[in-house]
Design a protein around this ligand. Structure first.
Ligand code: PHE
Length: 347
């Protein structure tokens, strides 16, 4: 019996030493100390011992049990210390490590240029106003001195949304001239950027949707000199002091006189060719058209209840895509809408 107890003690010690998890320790406790455990089995044989042998054996059995219990406990402590150590190690944080990079977006090139244009005009005392893209025919055409029968009103040119052609997607931001003159008294100084629509096929320079920025100034004594001064200033602030502008006579139904404004081509500096070839940017023109403008037609002023003998003003409308393409030397309009990050990342 003594030998049996010593064997149990030895086996238990070895098994406990090898145990690697708390569950294993529990299994060993059951195996050795449990009700049906090995030690219990030996103790059950105590009855067969002589009364002289019993105390010594009892003592030995107790010390074996105490030994296994103590061993279990210390092993358990060791295992949980190891587990904690492992956990701490795996969760360790190196505060000197560089942080994960969060990709940061930035403004679209169109927004960059639009914001710059707004900044320039706000600096000259203009308000920025917003208007509807679905517009009444009368604001888009009739009240802009573009009566029925005018070729600009061709169904091929615009998107009409009703059978009677009374409602359309605006083809220009100029209806904002009427909306503002209806609602404000002179002096008026506004710009109004926004989307406009025309029935165009998509190619490198056309899209059925594009952006314009309208400008309107109405006050006493406004002349063509104010128009030229303001627009020249805009071009120089946007494209640089060295840029050259040209005012070319033109016709718009709602302005008189009217003009178009060109900037000298940045690529060929007006020569029309680069190293013996036709300039790819201005197609040999030497100039790039950026906007239409003119003195507000007296008929338009009258239609909005403004006396043309007392007040005069100028208006302009420029293509924001065109301004952006010139500003950043972008050669294809479609790049602006495709949202390819390889393109957008360059700004
Ligand atoms: N609305 C005209 C266009 O789309 C531009 C323009 C605006 C011309 C204001 C004169 C005055 O071509």
């Amino acid at each position: 019996m003594k030998q049996q107890l010593e064997t149990i003690q030895k086996k238990a010690r070895e098994a406990l030493e090898a145990a690697a998890a708390p569950e294993e320790l529990e299994a060993l406790r059951v195996r050795f100390l449990g009700k049906k455990g090995e030690l219990t089995a030996v103790l059950k044989q105590m009855g067969s011992l002589s009364p002289e042998e019993r105390p010594a054996m009892g003592q030995l059995a107790n010390s074996v049990r105490a030994g296994i219990e103590a061993e279990l406990e210390s092993r358990m402590e060791k295992l949980s210390a190891m587990a904690l150590d492992l956990k701490l190690r795996s969760e360790a944080l190196d505060v000197t490590m560089p942080g994960a990079e969060v990709p940061l977006g930035h403004k679209h090139p169109m927004s960059i240029v639009l914001d710059e244009m707004k900044e320039i005009f706000i600096g000259m005392g203009f308000d920025v106003v917003d208007g509807p893209e679905v517009e009444l025919e009368s604001y888009n055409f009739t009240r802009l001195n573009t009566p029925e029968g005018h070729p600009a009103r061709d169904r091929q040119d615009t998107f009409y949304t009703t059978e009677d052609d009374n409602v359309l997607l605006r083809t220009q931001t100029s209806p904002m001239q009427i909306r503002v003159m209806e609602n404000r008294k002179p002096p008026i100084r506004i710009i109004s950027p926004g989307r406009v629509y025309r029935k165009d096929e998509v190619d490198a320079t056309h899209s059925p949707m594009f952006h314009q920025m309208e400008g309107l100034v109405i006050d006493k004594g406004i002349t063509m000199a104010d128009l030229k001064g303001s627009l020249t200033q805009m071009v120089k602030l946007l494209y640089g002091e060295e840029s050259v502008v040209r005012f070319r006579p033109h016709h718009f139904p709602f302005t008189e006189p009217s003009c178009e404004v060109d900037v000298r081509c940045f690529k060929c500096e007006g020569a029309g060719e680069v190293s013996g070839r036709t300039c790819p940017t201005c197609h040999g023109e030497g100039w790039i058209e950026i906007l239409g403008a003119g003195m507000v037609h007296p008929t338009v002023l009258e239609g909005c209840g403004i006396d043309p003998d007392e007040y005069s003003g100028f208006a302009f409308g420029c293509g924001v895509e065109r301004m952006t393409m010139n500003r950043f030397a972008i050669n294809d309009l479609r790049l602006i809408f495709e949202n390819d990050v390889r393109f957008l990342n360059q700004f």
